[in-house]
Design a protein around this ligand. Structure first.
Ligand code: PHE
Ligand code: NA
Length: 454
């Protein structure tokens, strides 16, 4: 493999472009929609600590590994695993890892698009003034009425899937760079504004901040620990090839470690800011922290409906949430699209139509989970809950585990050392210990804990 090898799909124009794209993939509904509601469901502080530890000890080293695998092979995740296993003289079966990733991407996008559809619908609601002067019960009623309608959910889901396909058709490295460059700073500013608003509440510190940052480990179940770990993968877009495919468009002379720290840091900051903004409002409005997937849709509109300038901020917030979701959704589908182009001889357009349609169809399962099929349960879970559990709690951690084992034990040390090109030998050693022992062992122990062995 020569150092001049490039991906057939093009390459990022610079390190900064990769940072923007990977940050765009990482920061999304996971930070603003999912992190608050799973934190609420799992009792707060202790859950947050486990999540942060997982980001640091599992997420960051695996993110470096995944980026490195992609950059070394410059192909879609499935072919990457074939090529690199071959290079290391390892078993062919490693390509199943690529397959699992592509499948996970489909499954995640199917429900991700439905929730992004909610956010899109809320842009319109904000615009037409639906939140004006509304109190928490009125906002909850608005939300319940909305998700009860399969037609409305399907409509917005369709719209969001079309938008995703439209971006991916043009290739992920055109247009996207510009959008994210403007989006991230604006999202930050708006979140700060919401935090400032939340600070005006009497309960801000005593309930909101304490809930998030004072750990009470008695509230954390084994499944809560698994959810925290799964979320570390989900929020950093790890374990399914999204970061691998973006890494495959990364120029050779870029430092992977510094880049990864920056991306993971930004992602974590956005999630924490979202939590700090939301929980004071939850408690002040007398809402249930464990309200579930509707949490931000039942709380933030209360703030927008009652703060000065709330009309404009509400519109801007949901617009940005949609864009943040879009820059993630394209990374969920890109591995499949790249594979169809590289291996099935499809044009980019055909590949987008195929993968987009399949995802759209699957997404209807999630649409109906919130209304007509809400009583239909498998393993005590609705289709949406099942897809979420299967992907975030099982497939991504298993995928991440395998990536760690592959990068730590299968690839030649001189190759990983050369690819990562760390500033000093000590940091490479630290990464090696994490990727060979700490990350895989942590994932394994959490699984043992869930099945009750530990
Ligand atoms: N990281 C994204 C988020 O937090 C979701 C995602 C998961 C994107 C996996 C790509 C791959 O919203
Ligand atoms: Na994220």
């Amino acid at each position: 493999m020569t150092d001049t090898k490039k991906s057939i799909h093009g390459e990022w124009s610079s390190r900064f472009a990769f940072i923007l794209a990977a940050t765009g993939s990482a920061v999304g509904l996971g930070n603003i929609w999912k992190f608050p509601y799973i934190t609420g469901e799992n009792g707060g502080g202790a859950f947050v600590i486990v999540y942060l530890l997982c980001v640091l000890l599992i997420g960051i080293p695996i993110m470096m590994a995944e980026t490195m695998l992609g950059r070394r092979s410059r192909q879609n995740p499935i072919n990457t695993m074939i090529t690199l296993a071959d290079e290391a003289g390892a078993d062919k079966n490693w390509h199943y890892l690529g397959w699992m990733g592509v499948t996970a991407g489909f499954l995640i996008l199917s429900y991700y698009s439905v929730i992004a559809g909610w956010a899109s619908a809320y842009v319109l609601k904000a615009f037409t003034g639906s939140f004006f002067g509304a109190d928490a019960p009125a906002i909850k009623e608005l939300f319940d009425g909305f998700v009860a309608s399969p037609v409305q959910l399907a409509f917005w889901h369709t719209l969001f899937m079309l938008a995703t396909m439209l971006v991916v058709v043009r290739g992920v490295n055109t247009g996207l760079e510009k959008a994210v460059r403007f989006l991230m700073p604006s999202l930050f500013v708006l979140l700060m504004l919401l935090v400032a608003y939340a600070m005006t509440f009497d309960d801000y510190y005593d309930q909101g901040i304490k809930f998030l940052f004072t750990p009470d480990f008695s509230k954390l179940t084994a499944n809560g620990v698994l959810t925290a770990m799964g979320h570390a993968f989900f929020t950093l877009s790890l374990g399914m090839g999204a970061i691998m495919i973006y890494g495959s468009y990364l120029p050779k002379d870029v430092s992977i470690s510094r880049t990864v720290f920056l991306i993971a840091g930004t992602d974590t900051a956005v999630a924490l800011l979202a939590g700090i903004a939301i929980f004071p409002i939850v408690f002040a409005a007398g809402l249930e922290p464990a309200a579930g997937p509707g949490l931000i849709f039942q709380t933030l509109p209360v703030a927008f409906g009652n703060m000065t300038g709330g009309w404009l901020f509400g519109i801007l917030f949901f617009v940005m949430l949609v864009f943040a979701a879009l820059s993630s959704s394209i990374s969920l589908i890109e591995p499949a699209v790249a594979w169809l182009i590289e291996n099935k001889d499809m044009t980019r357009q055909q590949a987008c139509i195929w993968s987009g349609s399949v995802t759209w169809l699957l997404g209807l399962g999630t649409v109906f989970s919130f209304n007509v099929w809400s009583e239909f349960k498998i393993f005590d879970r609705t289709i949406f809950q099942l897809l979420d559990y299967l992907t975030a709690n099982l497939m991504l951690p298993i995928g991440g585990f395998c990536i760690a084992v592959f990068a730590g034990w299968i690839m030649k040390q001189q190759h990983t050392e050369h690819e990562l090109d760390m500033p000093n030998p000590l940091s490479y050693q630290v990464w090696r210990i994490l990727i060979c022992y700490v990350s895989p062992a942590a994932v394994f122990l959490v699984f043992l804990h869930v099945v009750g062995v530990l």
